[in-house]
Design a protein around this ligand. Structure first.
Ligand SMILES: Cc1cc2nc3c(=O)[nH]c(=O)nc-3n(C[C@H](O)[C@H](O)[C@H](O)COP(=O)(O)O)c2cc1C
Length: 153
């Protein structure tokens, strides 16, 4: 899987002509490929489905445009990913939610061979916390009043 991601990285690199774009991309590559060094990865797939509500709306109230099809599928997987990350943390592991490697989506799907219409949407890299010197520190969190808005009286 890492080879597939690295091959796509090399392809993209070979096409970038501007030096500044090359520098930006070079700085980004590790965020795409480092899952290859993790102890385990979980491939997360989603299957677009047509919820009952969407079928009913299509038929009886087409002016109300609600795409439950992919939204609900993607939100379901997102919730599952977050739960897996919390579970990994509870067991003392560290995890990283990753989508950059989707540049090699088809190649990775060919390796994992999901059945049916399942599509790769994210990967969770799992491993052990690096301790001591060089261990990454959690970034400072933005204050809650910058990230949460309350409406009402
Ligand atoms: C949808 C999504 C995709 C992400 N893709 C990547 C990725 O491809 N590579 C990466 O290094 N980090 C990626 N991240 C960011 C890491 O998962 C990031 O470290 C994490 O969201 C921050 O978690 P923290 O607040 O617990 O540190 C992604 C995050 C999200 C939510």
């Amino acid at each position: 899987m890492k080879d597939a991601a690295v091959a796509k990285v090399e392809l993209i690199k070979s096409r970038i002509s501007s030096a500044s774009a090359q520098r930006s991309f070079d700085g980004y590559i590790q965020y795409i490929t480092f899952f290859g060094n993790s102890s385990a990865v979980i491939c997360c797939f989603f299957e677009p489905y047509r919820a009952l509500l969407e079928r009913l709306l299509n038929r009886y109230a087409p002016e109300i445009s609600v795409s439950t099809r992919e939204n609900a599928s993607i939100q379901s997987v997102a919730a599952a990913v977050e739960n897996m990350l919390l579970a990994a943390h509870a067991f003392g592991y560290v995890g990283c939610w990753m989508t950059g490697l989707l540049i090699a989506k088809e190649d990775i799907e060919a390796l994992v061979k999901p059945e049916g219409k399942w599509e790769l949407i994210a990967m969770v890299a799992l491993g052990h916390r690096r301790e001591g010197k060089g261990a990454p520190q959690a970034p400072e969190r933005r204050p809650r009043d910058e990230t949460v808005s309350y409406f009402g009286e």
